[in-house]
Design a protein around this ligand. Structure first.
Ligand SMILES: Nc1ncnc2c1ncn2[C@@H]1O[C@H](COP(=O)(O)OP(=O)(O)OP(=O)(O)O)[C@@H](O)[C@H]1O
Ligand SMILES: [Mg+2]
Length: 399
């Protein structure tokens, strides 16, 4: 097992999650389509890659596509078709895919979709639309022998871009309705998983589109349970001829507070780099302490900056500013703070906001921060979930 810190892990590098994977496969076999919402960096993409691998092992086909950078419905269709082409779906389908791709690629950058969005004509003589190209293909899959799993990563990110285009809101609605129609029309052979770092549920609720996804089975993914985290650290060390002494592995997990697989990998990577120049194989508590210190050095803080940047992307300027204010207060104490002190703490910055309204906004911000893994609520208080993240925040704030 290699020590990978950042990109999704696959195959030999993927650790654990056996039970969750089996449960997901059961759901898929019961014809469920899944919405996977889980905090950032928990390992969603890696997990779904593993689901795809197991699904294929059973003799079906699967494809995972990241659509974060797809600017519009045409780009989505192009990404979907080309990823299906690469995934090697049945030979009978390749022809249909190739024809569809030619049409879509010809239209890319040339056809303005406008308010018709996914139903826009492709502008050739075929009378085809973006939607019909995809539908024709899935209709064929439905008539065939093989099951197909389509996993879509970062859909809300694409929808956020789309919402900003001319007629954006209408197009988002059309697109979500279109995806729902696909799920309902081709339900025997085509299965769907939607995953991403921004909650699709929150996105659709805000826009009154919740019913477009209410057929999805909502699942989540947690960090590694303690024993799994320990076994993971052991396996990682083993891969480099190293081992933990003096319970330094449990110590590391305690120090993290929240064993996000990504953070386990990061700390181990830092330990490993420090030990590279020595011929030692034993990792003790002191090494762990040093690795935390190293990770939190000013020049390394950038590693965690995505946790700040993503608030801006997801929440928009005003709500992001409030969320950061709350985190700025909470990072000062490992035990966090109760709602009243948080309200008091932020009130100064909002002298013209009605107290009732501010209370609602704080409640909503805390809810999102809990859902995204920043905070944990307990006994009327909120606190940073990860001690590492709290310490990062404290140092960034200069608190
Ligand atoms: N099952 C696993 N085994 C080993 N490492 C893992 C596992 N899951 C996640 N990781 C670690 O976490 C990192 C992030 O994983 P991944 O990209 O799958 O998470 P994600 O939840 O999709 O993240 P994002 O929210 O940024 O999309 C990986 O680079 C790896 O270091
Ligand atoms: Mg991901």
């Amino acid at each position: 097992m290699r020590n990978i810190t950042g990109t999704p892990v696959e195959g030999q590098d993927f650790f654990g999650r056996s039970e969750e994977a089996a449960q997901f496969l059961d759901l898929l076999h019961e014809n469920a389509n899944i919405l996977l919402t889980a905090p950032r960096r928990v390992g969603k993409t890696s997990f779904v890659l593993e689901i795809c691998r197991r699904w294929e092992e059973e003799g079906h086909k699967a494809t995972l596509l990241d659509i974060e950078d797809c600017a519009d419905e045409l780009a989505f269709a192009e990404r979907l078709l080309s990823s299906l082409e690469q995934s090697g779906v049945g030979r009978g389908l390749l022809d249909t895919i190739a024809k569809g791709l030619r049409r879509i690629r010809k239209a890319l950058g040339r056809v303005k979709l406008g308010a018709a969005g996914v139903n826009a004509d492709l502008g050739d003589d075929s009378q085809e639309t973006v939607a019909s190209v995809i539908e024709n293909l899935l209709a064929k899959v439905e008539r065939g022998e093989q099951k197909l799993l389509i996993a879509i990563d970062e859909l809300p990110e694409m929808l956020l871009h789309l919402a900003q285009a001319p007629d954006g809101q209408a197009r988002v609605s059309l697109f979500l309705h279109f995806l729902r129609r696909l799920r309902q029309s081709y339900r025997d052979k085509v299965r769907w998983i939607f995953l991403g770092s921004i909650g699709l549920d929150h996105f659709v609720e805000e826009r009154g589109l919740a019913k477009t996804i209410n057929d999805l089975t909502v699942e989540t993914l947690g960090v590694f349970p303690r024993e799994e985290a320990e076994a993971f650290l052991e396996k990682l060390a083993e891969g480099y001829g190293m081992h933990w002494v003096d319970d330094a592995d449990s110590y590391l997990i305690e120090k993290l507070g929240w064993p996000l697989p990504h953070h386990l990998q990061l700390v181990f990577h830092t330990v490993r780099s420090a030990m590279r120049s020595t011929d030692q194989a034993e990792i003790d508590r002191e090494r762990v302490d040093q690795a935390f210190e190293e990770l939190l050095q000013p020049q390394r803080l950038g590693t965690f900056d995505t946790w700040r940047a993503r608030l801006d992307e997801e929440l928009g300027a005003e709500d992001a500013a409030l969320a950061k204010r709350l985190l700025g207060i909470l990072c000062r104490d490992p035990k966090g703070a109760d709602r009243d002190s948080l309200l008091q703490g932020v009130a100064q910055a909002y002298p013209h906001t009605d107290p009732g309204e501010l209370k609602d906004r704080v409640r909503e911000a805390l809810h999102l921060l809990v859902r995204d893994g920043y905070l944990i609520p307990a006994e009327g208080r909120h606190a940073f979930r990860s001690f590492l993240l709290r310490e990062y925040w404290r140092r960034r704030e200069g608190a």
